[in-house]
Design a protein around this ligand. Sequence first.
Ligand code: ACO
Length: 324
Amino acid sequence: TRYARITGTGSYLPERRLTNDDLAAQLAERGIETSNEWIVERTGIQARHFADAHACSSDLALEASRKAIEAAGITAQDIDLIIVATSTPDMVFPSTACILQNKLGANGCPAFDVQAVCSGFVYALTVADSMIRSGAAQRALVVGAEVFSRILNFNDRTTCVLFGDGAGAVVLEASEQPGILACDLHADGKHVDILCVPGHVSGGEVLGSPLLVMDGQAVFKMAVGVLEKAAHAVLAKAGKTEADIDWLVPHQANIRIMQSTARKLKLSMDKVIVTVDQHGNTSAASIPLALDHGVRSGQIQPGQTVMLEGVGGGFTWGAVLLNM
Ligand code: ACO
């Protein structure tokens, strides 16, 4: 059987780091009140990284990709498929994947973006897995990269404290050894309005708001329900049970959503990779950032069974079960 296996991971965070106190001080200048205590208690977030004004998603993606390519022991020219998950692309078009491809010097291979907001990385990994198993690709670079700081409304304290910028990447290669065991993706467009950036470009102007809006409580309720379903569906597809999971690498939106998922999977929190405290919610970048953190810290070991799961705007959600 032909499988797709992760052979390298990498990630990148912009240098500029803001603690909750740093952010609270900046918001206070606008007359917006928040506190470290409120943010930590409701979300588990302590700090986030923001890119400088000139840096785009492809710049963050490039740094993460170079590390993943190096970890896989290959060169950029060996890559024959590039998929970037992002909701903050460099341009309306062409895709951030094309821009990244040129920066990497991997010109010629297919390259495209996947847009599923915070579920983007599990969507992109599922597409790459299918293309590798079908023989359409041998070595894919799958990236999640975001500069959410660009679309935050810093006059809305209910959202601007939650997000950060960053990128994560994996190299996924054809292998006879099982890597990705099962994938499970879903979307329900009924819920477009609970988390969106409603604006669009028309006649040289942005019509509608170009900034993120969210109904936090509606998102919270949706997220905990669908994540449990996706986790059980992907286990069933792979013929595995909760006890087979060595590590859960969830989308890092909010520690309370992660704790709730762990509880429903009967996993203790020391089997969950947590980076939300230091990264905030980096949308499509959060899962590959957390995965790379787990690998480089020595927590996630070769051969272990890892569940990735994401949920986000759309509403979209999904899970991937894999052997490292
Ligand atoms: N600082 C201080 N006070 C605040 C802040 C803030 N940053 N934001 C809101 N408050 C206030 C509110 O105004 C409200 O005050 P009031 O009671 O006087 O009206 C109070 O805190 C409680 O607000 P709630 O919205 O009820 O707070 P809640 O406990 O629901 O927490 C939160 C809000 C953290 C957004 C929560 O709903 C949540 O985590 N939702 C999930 C959203 C999420 O994770 N989205 C990420 C994107 S989607 C994804 O990645 C899955």
